[in-house]
Design a protein around this ligand. Sequence first.
Ligand code: SF4
Length: 350
Amino acid sequence: MPRPAKPKTTTPSAKPLENPQALQNALLAWYAQNARPLPWRTTTLPYPIWLAEIMLQQTTVAAVIPYHARFLARFPNLQSLAEAPIDDVLHLWQGLGYYRRAHLLHRCAQTLWQAGGVWPTTPEGLQKLPGFGAYTAGAVASCAFNTPALAIDGNVVRVISRLMACPATVTPAHPAIIATTQALANSAPPRAFTNALMELGSQICTSKSPKCLLCPWQNQCKAFAQGTPTAYPIKPAKPTRPTKHGVAYVLRDETGNLWLQQRPTEGLLGGLWETPHTGWEANTPALSTLPEDYTEAGHITHVFTHFTLVLDVRCASVKTIPAAHRFAPENLPPLSTLMKKTLRCAGVTV
Ligand code: SF4
């Protein structure tokens, strides 16, 4: 079916909903029948709920479930996470991506534990902790403590902008989105409302194929009435994603140990380990400190949010590897998916 034409971009009107109470009732009734028993929903403890909310940023529920279980098994409470070395946390985070989240998670656990281990119960109090923005604070306050608070992320923006047929680009901080979500939440049980709205966004009002015929909001939804649900939310023009190039060197000594170096804690893939490389900013700059005698192993492509990276992978032998950089292949430090791809390209099993 051809995609319907997008409406013109104008200032969004925040026309009040015709009957927000009916929408709230329909949503809560639908949720009571359709809620998935996700591990972080069957508890009201803040620790597992917070852990899930951090992991779910930019990541699907299906991907998060096994990580969440492994984290709780290894770090069952705030104290165990606060007292763990960051490398242990990064080890468990490997493959989940957006590693800054792991650093903030660890820093938050340490901050909270050092302050006595008592969680703030309001969004304002939670937002003083590392890694808490407005969404995470609203989600933890409402889901763990049943505090009235809005948790508006991209999924909620999608549902609300369709419900309103919002005729412009909107963000979670847009007054029209906040006012409408507030009107819908009015006096509802906070925990149930937050979870129900998230569930509607992930199960029914999905990005590409909304299941409008199953939706409890169908009779008041303006985008459905227009026949154009996927035209909303109106997206800003996407910047093109540049491609960067680099060369990675997989260096091994005679016994097969690998040469790895740790990235700075702050920034992309912070604190993870990697092979020596040329940097990603220019096309294969000349190197004086790396071996000239190498074999080409191939190249890998990795897509980051803001750029695509193409890495040529070269293998070389070195006589000795400094102790701080020497790792046996069966005992590697935390690595990103990019580095695992790099090592696999060079024939290392990771
Ligand atoms: Fe989303 Fe369709 Fe429901 Fe509207 S009717 S809220 S577009 S699923």
